[in-house]
Design a protein around this ligand. Sequence first.
Ligand SMILES: Nc1ncnc2c1ncn2[C@@H]1O[C@H](COP(=O)(O)OP(=O)(O)O)[C@@H](O)[C@H]1O
Ligand SMILES: O=P(O)(O)OC[C@H](O)CO
Length: 504
Amino acid sequence: MVERYVMSIDQGTTSTRCILFDHGGRLVSVAQHEHEQHFPRPGWVEHDAVEIWHTLQRVVPQALSHADVSPEEVAAIGIANQRETTVLWDRRTGTPLGRAIVWQDTRTAPMVEELRNEPGDDFFLQRCCLAPSTYFSAPRIRWLFDHVDGLRQRAEDGEVLFGTMESWLIWKLTGGPAGGRHLTDVTNASRTMLMNISTLDWDEELLEFFGVPRPMLPEIRSSAEDYGTARTVLPGVRITAALGDQQAALFGQTCFAPGEAKCTYGTGSFLLLNTGTDLVRSRHGLLTTVAYKIEDQPAVYALEGPIAVTGALVQWFRDRLGLISTAPEIETLARSVEDNGGCYIVPAFSGLYAPHWRSDARGVIVGLTSYITKGHLARAVLEATGWQTREVVDAMNADFPLPLKVLKVDGGMTSDNLLMQFLADALDVPVVRPMAVETVSLGAAYAAGLAAGYWPDLEVLRRNWHRAAEWLPKMSPERRQSEYENWKRAVERALGWIASPDPT
Ligand SMILES: Nc1ncnc2c1ncn2[C@@H]1O[C@H](COP(=O)(O)OP(=O)(O)O)[C@@H](O)[C@H]1O
Ligand SMILES: O=P(O)(O)OC[C@H](O)CO
């Protein structure tokens, strides 16, 4: 039978999605299931890896049946996943050793503060291009070793496996305890703080520093190559790609040339700029990460500016303040006024990520007067996303010789026209959104399809990208400048609010 589709599995922070794509990169079928978010203590965020595995087992057959597609018609599977989330499991039984610790979890804050002082940021930056943060995986492994009796010894004895979500799911799909393959890809490995960003292998000094025994680590592979054949769920179908979800979105947006960038606007937002095959070390608060690596071709790098809270601020406005009942209503409310009335919101709910990396920041609302209405607050909520993006773009322009010419966008917030216009105004560059909005899934499918020979090359993929909407800058330079200055003053007020992190 002719293999007509590529399947992608997007294992995200809130849900797992399975999508089938055809040769034109068109979405043929989709199935999605959420999983539970566990918040056992303030700042802690956990997922049940077994529940996530069960959601995968549900969405795959559903996506097939929605389009009446048989497994034989699937050419390959690509996996994209929430990054940095840490799962440990028993090699022999396949049982996770506790819940997965999610990328948003801040329990390692006291450890991270210590690491930033001693051995200090440079020790890490030289090796993995990441400064210590609660965001990454390695501090979580060390935290687990320090808090779970006997775990370190079991890991040293080779009984424990570590992985991010793609690693766990590939192991499960390829057989679990009965010969499952323990693999990861370079993009995911580049977020652990354990991979050397130049050699693309686990870094001995980092492993030693964090006390992580090598046998617990997956083998690092390129993003697009043979990961093995599924033994269950879709038996007989090859898994041929794995990428972190934000790198997958960059790939799905076909940002294949140096200087091309995308930003995905969801709960948080992630701006990635393709910097080519040369490693660019940020001097302005960005992460250097692997964008993708296709089979044995050289790795392509990216500069990334992760922003922790964007859509989450809209959710807070809706769920905690109750000022709107659905997220899209924020646009209507914001349009009820001309401007922000002098009000700015810095949503540093759990500190600030790029380019500040300050865990001691907390959210502030400034400029309040009796004139301010909920409409002004709604504007300030949306504008916070625009200005946070601007800060990241300024850092990128300072780090990389090619200034940003256009920003490709995707994600749930891009349905907000007022926000997208504000973004173009804040950045002073055009903002464009493609027809294919499921860019994470598409990127995983593209990588899988390239490795499986379903698509021949990047040029063919480029031709699948079609513009659906564009927003051009309209704001006067004077206004942009003065508003941005106000935003920066607001950020100053958010910094340093927490005297010292809670020593959990
Ligand atoms: N019209 C809108 N205006 C502003 N924010 C929106 C709008 N629609 C959705 N959002 C926000 O976008 C986020 C959902 O986007 P999505 O891409 O599904 O996120 P994720 O993949 O992180 O779950 C939510 O945080 C929601 O508050
Ligand atoms: O799953 P998402 O879309 O929330 O993305 C999470 C990121 O990969 C975290 O780094």
